[in-house]
Design a protein around this ligand. Sequence first.
Ligand code: HXC
Ligand code: NAP
Length: 269
Amino acid sequence: MQIDLDYTGRHVVVFGGTTGINFGIAQAFARQRARVTVASRKQDNVDAAVASLREAGAEVHGVVADVRDFEAVGAAFVQSVARFGPVDVLVSGAAGNFLCAAEAMSSNGFKVVVDIDLVGSFHVLRQAHAHLRKPGASVIQITAPQSFVPMRYQAHAGAAKAGVDQLTRTLALEWGREGIRVNSISPGPIDGTEGFRKLMAPTAEDRAFAQEQVPLRRFGSLDDIANLALFLGSPYAGYISGALIPCDGGGALESVKPALEAAGRRALG
Ligand code: HXC
Ligand code: NAP
């Protein structure tokens, strides 16, 4: 179930937009008649996402770019803007994650997640700035509950996403005068995604227990997140900037954390 907002002719760029939650967002904007650019590291993911969006009738552009590569990210914006014009909505959601106790984590293991999630987000927003529609652009960062609820085995991702959220607030301050809004969406556990599989549901029992702990008693769907992104990208959200908006059935209010950590502990053995 998706809200209906007309994005005809608008250019929406989704970084990390070829699978999972971010692809769900790209699909939702495409359904609302936006011109959509999706970018990620792997050629096969980009090809599959472009083919699927095109089959659904969307105007779509696909780019291969690793967010860790500042120049490649810049080139991706130059290409996509040459094709579809200034960026009306930018979604920055590329991320990497794994469960690991801090004392077992290598320096490179910590660094790789910070490089993708935090430094990568800076690269995407920094390179986008020259190409954002001014005034009017909406920048949406995809963060995670561990940015503000510390979770065991998530030292790398929690630190990186906390940085992502502070980047949201800082750029909302700096770019507000140009009419650019910057916000973070913090999804709870979204069923059927890579993040969900990796972090929290190794057994049916873990899954059932975790679901019971979400105040709304269900996991999230791709549409739950896409609807919030459609709203934040639109003029209806025209006075919202610098916000961190959980979309998690109330899970970040604390109760879901022990269930996630128990699943993580069992997964690590
Ligand atoms: C310990 C690990 C590890 C693991 C990798 N490393 N996996 N350490 N436990 N399970 C270490 C490696 O040993 C290495 O350190 C370093 O991390 C880099 O690993 P590479 O495989 O060389 O990195 P790379 O190929 O760049 O891959 C990055 C990645 C990978 C993060 C490791 O998983 C990835 O690309 N993921 C993208 C997809 C993804 O994770 N999506 C989920 C996002 S969900 P050494 O020292 O050996 O060199 C999310 C939030 C969900 O973010 C929230 C739910 C509530
Ligand atoms: P996902 O399917 O693995 O999505 C990650 C996307 O980022 C993929 O398109 C991936 O494509 C791309 N990516 C990864 N590393 C990249 C890099 N270095 N450069 C460019 N692109 C890169 O995972 P997901 O679970 O849907 O997560 C999506 C977002 O939601 C993430 O920001 C995550 O932190 C957040 N989140 C997820 C959950 C959840 O329950 N799933 C909960 C909270 C927050 P390539 O492999 O082709 O690069």
